[in-house]
Design a protein around this ligand. Sequence first.
Ligand code: 13P
Length: 335
Amino acid sequence: MLSEELYKTAALLMSPGKGILAADQSVTTMDKQLSAVGATPDADTRRKYRQLLFTAPGIEKYVTGIILYDATIRNQTDDGTAFVDYLIAKGIIPIIKVDKSTKPFEGFDGEVVTEGLDGLKERLEEYFKMGARAAKWRAVVNIGENLPTIESIKFNCLLLARYARLCQEAGIVPIVEPEVIYAGTHNLAKAEEVTSLVLRTLFAVLIQYRVDLKAVILKTSMVLAGNKNEKQSSPEEVAEATLRVLEGAVPSEVPGIVFLSGGQTPEQVTSNFNAIGKLEKENGGLPWQLAFSFSRGIEQPVQEAWKGKEENVSTAQKVLLEVLERNCKADEGQL
Ligand code: 13P
């Protein structure tokens, strides 16, 4: 019975033609983004920003779920409606980021480990009661000289497996996100090799620790050369490498795969996503649904249009809906 609910949630999250908005920036990251556009980095501005996103008229046409940060899931609109209730009423599934970010992985220079397992069972129970039906945990894999190590990959995958299993016990669909970092001088072949190793390791560990793959969503990086490599990858190269890696590493029981934007510009990430959508069609479909789950790749232009000013709210909402619509078209390879 519980499994059936999880499968239903996963299927809803992966409804064709829509995506997931990642609005789960931590307080520190959100404040940096607000300051960058001249808005005041404080609690009320953060609340108003999230309100702008969630109340954009018709946003439910483009997103199935929105990823929230702990402070946001506890927050409200101007009229006192809990954000979670507001989203549920619009048919949008509240998703909660439950990891507590990364810390240096002692003994492994340049690598990090994600924290957040302590008290997770109880936190998940509370989030479920609040209305969350999916969660997100992000692991980070850096590419560099002699990096990543297999030890750090395995360790982070074990944490993802423990998190995923706890989520499923709590009636929450785990989104597992091993982000292979785009920053760096590495070439496309290196990104492909690392992403493939990470995803193969991840699924082997998830299976070993008895996570139900039919109730897991993978959130992955696209496969592309590092941002400081002299040969930047074309959308066609990104699409080919990304689908090659996914087809070789992701079991077909997994219902869906979503992409993060990872520091690509909004234009770049949408055009790469469109090339993936096109190639998917040419190949005659894939075993899993694909969708976007960008944060910066969607929100940067929205923040630039808003600048923290009340009089810019409706313009910023228009920008949000336009960017979402473009990404929904890109999902079908229709740009
Ligand atoms: P970006 O799209 O900005 O990479 O963020 C996605 C995300 O959820 C990171 O955890």
